[in-house]
Design a protein around this ligand. Structure first.
Ligand code: FES
Ligand SMILES: [Fe+2]
Length: 444
């Protein structure tokens, strides 16, 4: 029997073991929607996707459909995509620009700031007695960091900055390396996967261990340099740098794997548009980020609970894993680039990331089956009796001297232990006042 107060026992970070029921139990999943997705800051978009007044995008917070808008005065909002009358969605488009949303059931109409501005039959049928000021859209707290927009249903939650904590150090490397920051390329890949949302998330944040095995066929076929044949990139990392790789737990469930000394680009071709851009702008990156940050190359990482970012060294792939029950996950994948990037750079990133990380990408395809099968064995009668092993590198963590995080030589499951440890804390804590957040360091 799972009760609301024993998740820290199910995720035992001292022994490095974890109960498989946290992956597949319906009861735990329902609590997860409330305790994690109902209380944490969740990624809902990027400011570059809604630049103009009255721009909007559709997203989900957990299973709840939301609309992220920029109102007519330029302010960001996140609303439940639910008409306050009988609950029809007020917008069925993925993205667009509109001064208001008219529900297609009975016609209630809401402005992009959430106010109810139109009610058919207001005089004749409601006799002007409906208090329209009380029936605006349900709104979540909304804030942004370096263009990334997050929303939160819980008014008692800490600020976005305190929630992100020290991972802002790494977000700066990825999204703010030059004046103007980054932007997301239009369009997204969207697909449904038969797995629990936590598996793809924990893989991206810290699983340097699987690369040589799961992706062995790619490496055996000449490494990811095979991508150069289609005119994209060669991100082969020199062995000396590979040996310097570290895995990091930044606190509050956020984790990174593979931060290394900066190497400009992973492309072997100096004429590659991304290599050229990085070379031409390296002084600007140093000025903008400062020497202390600019000397590091970012790694693949996750922001708790469900945002992951792959290969961010030259601009990368950004995915959000949306839960659809304990055994099903919706993946939405975007690509981001430096805002100043020229067309050839953008084309290179789009081709490369689609080849690697789209729903049929060669990396993504390799990864899907282990996540699906690990979800399946967690559900099996006998498999469920045995714990998940999460002991890789346990006891070899230490505070990094310059980077504000705990680190361990990669591969290590330090990131997964941090992620599931924070997950258990959120699941156990009756209120935010009982959640221990990692304080922000002075150099973030
Ligand atoms: S459900 Fe939207 S107007 Fe009736
Ligand atoms: Fe992988």
């Amino acid at each position: 029997m799972v009760t609301k107060s024993n998740y820290r026992q199910m995720v035992d970070n001292e022994k490095g073991v974890m109960d498989r029921r946290i992956i597949v139990s319906d009861e735990i999943y329902k609590q997860e929607l409330e305790q994690v997705f109902g209380r944490c800051w969740l990624w809902v978009g990027h400011e570059s996707l809604i630049q103009k007044p009255n721009d909007f995008i559709a997203m989900y917070m957990g299973e709840d459909p939301v609309l992220v808008t920029r109102d007519s005065k330029g302010k960001l909002h996140t609303f439940l995509n639910m008409c306050r009358h009988r609950g029809n969605r007020i917008c069925r488009a993925d993205a667009g620009n509109a001064p208001s949303f008219m529900c297609t059931y009975h016609g209630w109409t809401f402005a992009t700031d959430g106010k109810l501005v139109g009610v058919p039959g207001y005089k004749e049928a409601y006799f002007e007695e409906l208090d329209r000021s009380q029936w605006g859209l349900v709104e979540a707290r909304t804030d942004s960091y370096k263009g990334l927009i997050f929303a939160n249903w819980d008014n008692t939650a800490p600020s976005l900055l305190d929630y992100l904590g020290n991972i802002t150090w790494h977000l700066d490397l990825c999204f703010d390396r030059s004046e103007g920051g980054s932007e997301i390329l239009p369009g997204a890949h969207k697909w449904l996967m038969g797995m629990n949302w936590k598996f793809p998330t924990d893989n991206h944040m810290g699983d340097g261990y699987h690369v040589a095995i799961t992706h062995g066929s790619i490496l055996g076929a000449g490494g990811v340099s095979g991508a150069t044949a289609s005119g994209t990139m060669n991100p082969t990392m020199p062995r000396t740098l590979a040996r310097q790789r570290l895995a990091f737990a930044f606190g509050n469930g956020h984790a990174v794997t593979g931060i290394t000394p900066w190497q400009g680009t992973w492309s072997a071709d100096p004429n590659n548009p991304v290599s050229k851009f990085n070379e031409e702008h390296k002084d600007e990156f140093r000025r903008h980020l400062g020497e202390d940050k600019a000397k590091w190359q970012p790694g693949t990482f996750a922001i708790f609970p469900n945002l992951v970012i792959s290969n961010p060294a030259w601009s990368g792939s950004l995915k959000v894993f949306l839960p659809r029950g304990p055994l099903s996950t919706l993946g939405w994948s975007y690509y981001f680039v430096d805002r100043k990037a020229p067309t050839e750079y953008r084309d290179t990133i789009r081709r490369y990331q689609t080849l690697m990380h789209g729903p049929s990408g060669i990396m993504e395809s390799d990864d899907q089956l282990p996540f699906i099968q690990a979800t399946g064995t967690a559900r099996s009668l006998v498999g469920q009796r045995y714990m998940i092993n999460q002991q890789l590198g346990i006891g070899h963590e230490k505070q990094h001297e310059e980077i504000p995080a705990m680190c361990a030589p990669s591969p290590s499951e330090i990131g997964q232990r941090g992620f599931y440890g924070f997950w258990a804390e959120m699941m156990d804590a009756p209120s935010w006042s009982q959640v221990k957040l990692t304080p922000r360091a002075k150099n973030v």
